[in-house]
Design a protein around this ligand. Structure first.
Ligand SMILES: [Zn+2]
Length: 265
C-alpha cells in the first residue's frame, strides 16, 4: 500500500477520492489558517484545488509541491491564487523534478499574476503547463481515474466550482459564490460538498457575493450530497450558529472543513 509519508499514513492509491483541507481561511484568516487550498488524492494521483496565501507552506506538510499532478484555480481573488507566484519560484529554482506542473484556471490567471510580479523573462512560466478553463462548464481528465468537472458560479467572473469524480466517489468544492442553482447541479449526489460560509450564522449583506450557513445548507439539500463541510468563514462570525443553520437547512451531516484532517468520499 502506497502511503503518504508526510501526514496521515492513509492509502493514497485508493480509487475513491480523499480530500484534505490544507487552507480554510477567508479573504483574511484566523491565526494558523492558510487561505484556500484543498488536496484531493485518488489512484496515486494528487491534485490541489486553489493556492491562496500561506497554502504552499502548509501543502508541504502533505506532499512535495513538485509531486502534484495538477493544480486547479477557481478564480482570481488573491486568497485563492496568490501563492501560485511562490509556487512558480519553487518549481523554477527549488528541488529539480524534471516535470512541468499542469495548472488549470481562469484564462487570465498568469497575466494577472505577472502584473503582481513583473520581474522575469519570457521563460518565467516554463515550469508550468497552463490550461485555461473556458466556457461556462466543462470536463477534464486528471489521470488516476480522476475526472474534473467545472461549472461557473456567480462571484468574480469567471469563478468555477469544481467536482472530482473517481472510483465511484465524488467530492465537490463550491469555490466562492452567492446563492445559485449552478452549484447544486454540479454537486448533485456527491459524497462531500465543501461550501463557503463567509458570513457564518449572520445574514449575507445586500450585494455580497458570498454565502452563510443557511444558504450553504440549502445548496447541500438541493444537491442531495451525503455530507456538507463549511469553510471560508470570516473570523468575526459565529461558527456554532452557522453550523446549526446549515444543519437545519440541509438535514444531513454538517461539519467544518478542518486543516490537515482527511475526508474520504
Ligand atoms: Zn472570491
Amino acid at each position: 500500500m502506497a502511503r503518504d509519508a508526510r501526514a496521515t499514513g492513509r492509502d493514497v492509491t485508493a480509487p475513491r477520492p480523499a480530500l484534505l483541507p490544507v487552507g480554510v481561511g477567508a479573504a483574511y484568516a484566523r491565526p494558523g489558517e492558510a487561505q484556500s487550498c484543498y488536496l484531493v488524492r485518488a489512484g496515486g494521483r494528487a491534485v490541489a484545488l486553489d493556492l491562496g496565501s500561506g497554502a504552499l507552506n502548509r501543502l508541504q506538510r502533505h506532499i512535495p509541491p513538485e509531486d502534484l499532478d495538477a493544480l486547479v484555480i477557481t478564480h482570481l481573488h488573491p486568497d485563492h491564487c496568490v501563492d501560485v507566484l511562490s509556487l512558480r519560484v519553487y518549481l523554477t529554482y527549488g528541488p529539480p523534478s524534471g516535470r512541468t506542473l499542469r495548472v488549470l484556471g481562469p484564462p487570465e490567471l498568469l497575466s494577472r499574476l505577472d502584473a503582481l510580479d513583473p520581474v522575469g523573462g519570457p521563460d518565467r512560466w516554463d515550469a508550468v503547463r497552463f490550461e485555461p478553463l473556458t466556457g461556462g462548464e466543462g470536463e477534464r481528465d486528471l489521470g488516476g481515474g480522476m475526472t474534473l468537472r467545472y461549472r461557473e458560479v456567480p462571484h468574480l467572473p469567471p469563478t468555477f466550482a469544481l467536482r472530482i469524480d473517481a472510483g465511484g466517489g465524488a467530492v465537490c468544492f463550491g469555490a466562492d459564490c452567492v446563492d445559485n442553482e449552478a452549484l447544486p447541479a454540479l454537486a448533485e449526489g456527491a459524497d462531500v460538498l465543501v461550501c463557503e460560509c463567509s458570513f457564518g450564522g449572520d445574514p449575507v449583506p445586500e450585494g455580497a457575493m458570498h454565502l452563510n450557513g443557511a444558504r450553504a445548507g440549502g445548496i447541500a439539500a438541493r444537491a442531495g450530497v451525503r455530507r456538507l463541510l463549511l469553510t471560508h468563514c470570516f473570523p468575526e462570525h459565529d461558527r456554532d450558529a452557522a453550523l446549526a443553520a446549515a444543519a437545519e437547512a440541509f438535514g444531513g451531516p454538517v461539519g467544518w472543513a478542518t486543516q490537515d484532517e482527511v475526508v474520504a468520499a
